[in-house]
Design a protein. Structure first.
Lengths: 413, 473
């Protein structure tokens, strides 16, 4: 069958790639095109070159090399049994697209994934070919994120890390039972085995560079993964637990959550309704609590209700504070950083500002107001020179006063 | 009152020189009136009218590195008050060297506020500059962009584009000045117009296609988009022209995605096979149901122990109105007989109840139903399964197995063994007999042998399942 034109294939293969949440282009080594032959620079912080109406950042050219696939994962729009239109790029076509987009300042680099054609090894080799051509032939110094195929040969996966800034493998579902049911061709053990290999290679390469400045870099922006939320029955507590195990065991940079979204030609095993997007948001917030606010995974899990779900109407930090009221109010003039970070409504920046400011003055409510967004939310939990909440933390209607007022549900929720 | 005028509004070193002199002469912030010269027309150097004010302080004027960094970016802000604010903070720093640490101080907050806006503008310029390809007089490629920043950040930002595109030739045109890079040096030229931008670039069409396709209509969040990509930037972003149409179409597209599955069946499953047969003949929930053929319902004893499921009726079946009567049916009958399985005791039906075909002259060529069509028709098959309640189900081919399992199995891996189902039945998978008819020679003989083996295995399973004996021989 004749291949459709490049524009049509770009539509098909970008459409097929949009279910991957990650578009990050940050956290890699600093480098630029001066002294080289090609284009490209990375400067720590990534740049979002555009935003789509779904509110997501477009930083990378996110593509599938092909959406033909021999696997039959139920949640995936590209599964073998799905009726989507199929198309494929040659490695050279992806290289050309990446460079011409990059030169027009549309993107920070490439995020390349693929359906599995012929064999996992063959597919992996094609992905590596794209990255190698960009780096070697065109001296491309922008960002490259390669999705690796867990079933591919470990040597191939290792090669991917030599060309790419970041490598990732999706664990797909938070529970093994879910994976077994919805992704019959995938194997949790295999996925985690590959993650383990990658994490070892990343650590080794970092170590080698300490001793030899010329040692090759290996995925300098680390590895990440993605979990689909709402396609199986896993609770938030389970998901948080799984994510923290992944962070600990494999030193992951990020765990992405993707609220399961109904896909065209959906499999009969899947729910037809999407989970509320808010759930994904609450999970990210809990992720933040663990990564930046010094919460232990267990503490986040304690903030869930009896069914293991995080409340949707209030954020997980407030939920935790309401459950463990004995830790409040916190004296903003005396409490250590760790205690300030636990106050609902105080972000990391506000805490930093308060710590700096209280070296120069004794904090009053108006000082706090100047560095934070909303005093209303803060008041019940803090003490300043001129403010002390009276019995507020013992009131039973505290939650009602702080939760956002109910609003009409989305018509298409 | 002392008038202090800056030569160029983004001239940090000039401001620094003036401010240092003013502090050294003890000019209090309230005594200095700061202003920008008219852009491009002013003197080459900034001036402060300090005549008659001797230097009074022997101490060097002090400023922390943090303040200088902050001032370097604040000076780029368009707010004319920024100069006075910077000077006031510099003045106060002489008495309070750690003033900047006091994040709750009004001046410090204001300074940080301005710096933040400039930082954001710099970042947005790096993000939203869009180059178009053009040709220089010598025929080589030059990338040209038009951008309208909020603040005077053009020069400060040029280095970023140099780092990124050091080996390209490019120009960034703005209403204040134009920047040009030729691969070795950076040049400035007078302001430009939007019309100086090349009118088109073929790659832009690909970019628009990408923007359209990467957007997921199931997660519309216009607010989040507007926060990061405010409307003021849209006029210079080619992709922004499509936003309105994407937003308008999104809810329809998502609703359509869900509707294809959800609202198809809103009545209860009929309670008897006859009722299912009647209802299925009027079913128009997928394209096959609407092609004018008649539905072929399953047949056999309603309490059968064995249920045989094929793919869909073929030409002969549709004419006869009965399942498995054509060539494939005859082949199946022969093999069932040889395996010692009584077809008349089995309930025989199909995963899809209508005949999907492609007209080719006078003939109707069989077409495989899609996964979506099988999944829709599964509702009827589930109804039959619930009523007949067989102990063993034989699935012939991948379509039949999908109708029973909800997923398409790998026949090669899963054939010829009992697969226990959640409802307690045993599923037995093999190929469809029409597959054997399409083969010839050795391959046919070999596959027929395997088919016979599968049915023999099924016969053994039936013995066990029906008589209730244990599997021990």
């Amino acid at each position: 069958m004749a291949q459709p034109g490049i524009l049509e294939r770009l539509e098909i293969l970008a459409d097929a790639a949009k279910y991957d949440a990650s578009c990050a282009s940050s956290g890699t080594q600093k480098r630029d095109s001066r002294g080289g032959r090609g284009v490209g620079s990375t400067e720590g912080m990534g740049i979002c070159h555009a935003y789509a109406p779904d509110g997501r950042c477009i930083s990378l050219l996110k593509l599938l090399l092909t959406n033909h696939c021999i696997f039959d994962c139920h949640y995936c729009v590209n599964r073998k049994s799905s009726n989507v239109r199929r198309a494929g790029f040659t490695p050279q076509e992806v290289v050309d697209l990446t460079l011409s987009f990059y030169k027009r300042n549309y993107i920070e680099g490439l995020f390349l994934s693929s359906g599995i054609v012929r064999s996992s090894n063959h597919t992996m080799e094609q992905l590596i070919e794209v990255a190698r051509t960009l780096r070697e032939t065109h001296d491309f110094r922008g960002y490259i994120h390669l999705k690796t195929i867990p079933e591919a040969d470990p040597d191939l996966v290792a090669q991917a890390g030599l060309w790419a800034d970041r490598v990732s493998i999706n664990v797909e579902l938070p529970t093994e039972a879910g994976l077994l049911r919805l992704a019959p061709d995938k194997d949790a053990g295999r996925i985690e085995g590959t993650m383990g290999n990658l994490s070892a290679a990343i650590v080794d390469a970092k170590d080698a560079r300490k001793h030899y400045r010329k040692a090759p870099r290996f995925a300098p922006a680390g590895q990440s993964t993605q979990m689909i939320v709402g396609a199986d029955g896993a609770s938030d507590a389970q998901i948080v637990g799984k994510a923290s195990t992944l962070y600990d065991r494999f030193g992951l940079r990020r765990v992405y959550y993707s609220a399961f979204s109904p896909i065209p030609d959906a499999s009969a095993v899947l729910p037809l309704k999407r989970p509320p997007l808010l759930r994904e948001h609450r999970l990210y917030q809990s992720d933040w609590l663990i990564r930046f606010y010094g919460f232990a995974p267990l503490e986040v899990q304690q903030a869930t209700s009896a069914d293991g779900m995080l409340p949707l109407d209030i954020d997980p930090k407030l939920a935790w504070a309401l459950k463990f009221r004995e830790n409040f109010p916190v004296d903003l003039n005396r409490a250590p950083r760790e205690a300030l970070l636990r106050v609902p409504g105080l972000g990391t920046k506000a805490v930093k500002a308060l710590l700096a400011a209280r070296r120069h003055r004794t904090l009053r409510l108006e000082d706090v107001a100047r560095v934070t967004v909303s005093l209303k939310k803060l008041r019940p939990f803090i003490v300043t020179v001129d403010w002390r909440p009276t019995l507020l933390t013992d009131r039973s209607d505290l939650r009602a006063g702080l939760a956002a007022p109910p609003r009409q549900l989305e018509l298409f929720g | 009152m002392i008038a202090a005028t800056l030569a160029e509004p983004d001239d940090f070193e000039g401001w620094r020189e003036l401010a240092r002199g003013l502090v050294g002469r003890g000019c209090a912030p309230d005594d200095v009136a700061w202003s920008d010269a008219g852009e491009g027309t002013g003197d080459l150097f900034g001036v402060a009218d300090t005549e008659g004010r001797p230097v009074v302080s022997m101490r060097p004027v002090r400023a922390s590195r943090g303040f200088l960094d902050l001032a370097r970016s604040v000076i780029l802000h368009r707010d004319p008050q920024r100069l006075a604010l910077l000077y006031r903070v510099l003045w106060r720093l002489q008495r309070q060297p750690h003033l900047l640490d006091d994040a709750a101080d009004r001046d410090v907050l204001a300074l940080h506020g301005l710096a933040r806006q400039v930082r954001r503008d710099i970042h947005k310029m790096r993000a939203f500059v869009r180059f178009r390809s053009a040709q220089d007089c010598d025929g080589s490629e030059r990338m040209i962009a038009w951008f309208e920043p909020d603040h005077r950040i053009e020069r400060a930002n040029a280095d970023f584009f140099v780092r990124r595109f050091a080996n390209e030739r490019w120009s960034i045109l703005t209403p204040r000045l134009s920047l040009h890079w030729d691969g070795a040096g950076l040049f400035e030229s007078p302001p430009a117009n939007r019309s100086d931008l090349p009118s088109d670039d073929l790659t832009e069409e690909l970019w628009l296609a990408y923007y359209r396709s990467i957007f997921n209509p199931a997660r519309l969040k216009v607010g989040a988009m507007l926060k990061e990509m405010p409307r003021k930037y849209w006029k210079n972003l080619p992709e922004a022209s499509m936003i309105a149409q994407l937003v308008a179409g999104a809810q329809q597209r998502e609703a359509a995605m869900i509707d294809t599955g959800k609202t198809l069946f809103d009545e209860p499953v009929p309670g008897s096979l006859a009722e299912i047969g009647k209802a299925v003949s009027g079913c128009t929930r997928c394209a096959i149901g609407c092609n004018g053929t008649r539905a072929v319902m399953g047949e056999g004893p309603p309490q059968a122990r064995l249920m045989i499921v094929g793919e869909q009726p073929g030409d002969s079946e549709e004419i006869a109105g009965r399942p498995f009567v054509g060539p494939a049916g005859q082949l199946l009958d022969r093999h069932l007989r040889e395996a010692g399985i009584d077809r008349d005791a089995a309930y025989v039906t199909n995963a899809v109840k209508h005949f999907k075909y492609e007209p080719r002259g006078k003939r109707r060529l069989h077409q495989t139903p899609t996964a979506g069509e099988i999944d829709i028709c599964r509702w009827w098959l589930d109804g039959e399964r619930a009523i007949v309640a067989p102990r063993v189900i034989l699935a012939l081919g991948a379509s039949a197995a999908r109708g029973l399992l909800g997923r398409t199995p790998a026949i090669g891996r899963e054939r010829g063994r009992a697969i226990p189902q959640p409802d307690g039945t045993q599923l037995w998978i093999t190929v469809h007999p029409s597959y054997l008819l399409r083969l010839d020679g050795d391959a046919q003989a070999r596959e027929e042998r395997r088919f016979a083996e599968d049915l023999a295995g099924l016969a053994a399973l039936l013995d066990v399942a029906v008589s209730g004996r244990s599997g021990v021989m």
